[in-house]
Design a protein around this ligand. Structure first.
Ligand code: C5P
Length: 223
């Protein structure tokens, strides 16, 4: 590993889940723990980068020497990301952003009654897609993709549609991959069609290899 090979670079990382509130008591969310995003932010910091970590609610300790931006909902996260985008060389979107939110927020607790109930949901903004529209060519943008089937096909579509340089694809159903654990099994998909599967490894090692690749891409673009 090259020491301090990211000196002078500005890196923005998103991590964790979002929470979409229904009323003062309840929210919609997902199982993301933030471990992958925090590992990336920690590794970038150790390599000398200036790191902004935009984090949904997680149980992890804030990282020393990293600009921590806590957010709750997808809309909050969008705002924080758009503010950080212009001064970022690298953006890594490891957060599990909620795709939908309750159509209305009830100021008072929704009371239960004897009947069933349904909740109507509206689409959240797709932050990565918006980055894809607003990005500059000198920036390197990396998204994540978690699927339970047709991993490479779906992830390739996201790479194109969201206009990013790399997608880190992982299949939730593969042993050692996904949310809560300390390991992951990922495949890196590149803009030029290259596909790089990595073996099962610690999330810290995934973070190191990913940054290695993203820094190389950045140097290529800005040579
Ligand atoms: O479309 P999908 O949610 O599978 O795409 C995953 C990638 O897009 C992740 O990098 C995630 O952070 C990002 N994303 C986003 N905003 C959304 C949904 C996903 O930025 N509303």
């Amino acid at each position: 590993l090259t020491e301090k090979d990211m000196q002078g670079m500005h890196v923005t990382v998103t991590a964790g889940p979002t929470r979409e509130a229904m009323d003062p008591v309840r929210f919609l969310s997902n199982h993301s723990t933030g471990k992958m995003g925090y590992a990336i932010a920690r590794s970038a910091k150790m390599r000398g980068a200036e790191v902004t970590l935009i984090s949904g609610p997680v149980a992890l300790e804030p990282l020393d020497g990293v600009r921590m931006v806590p957010v709750t909902s997808a809309c909050d996260m969008r705002e924080a990301v758009m503010q950080a985008l212009p001064q970022s060389d690298l953006v890594i979107k490891a957060a599990a952003v909620g795709d939908y939110r309750p159509a209305t927020f009830q100021d008072d607790k929704i009371k239960k009654h004897d009947d069933d109930m349904s909740v109507s949901l509206v689409r959240n903004p797709d932050i990565l897609a918006e980055i894809g529209e607003k990005r500059r060519d000198d920036q390197v943008i990396c998204g994540f993709s978690m699927e339970t089937r047709d991993l490479l096909e779906n992830s390739t579509k996201k790479l194109q549609k969201k206009n990013c340089d790399v997608i880190v694809a992982n299949n939730l159903k593969v042993k050692g991959a996904g949310f809560a654990g300390d390991t992951n099994v990922v495949t890196l998909l590149y803009r030029n069609g290259k596909v790089e599967p990595l073996e099962l490894m610690e999330k810290d090692s995934v973070a190191d290899i990913l940054l290695e690749r993203l820094v190389a891409l950045y140097r290529d673009k800005n040579a």
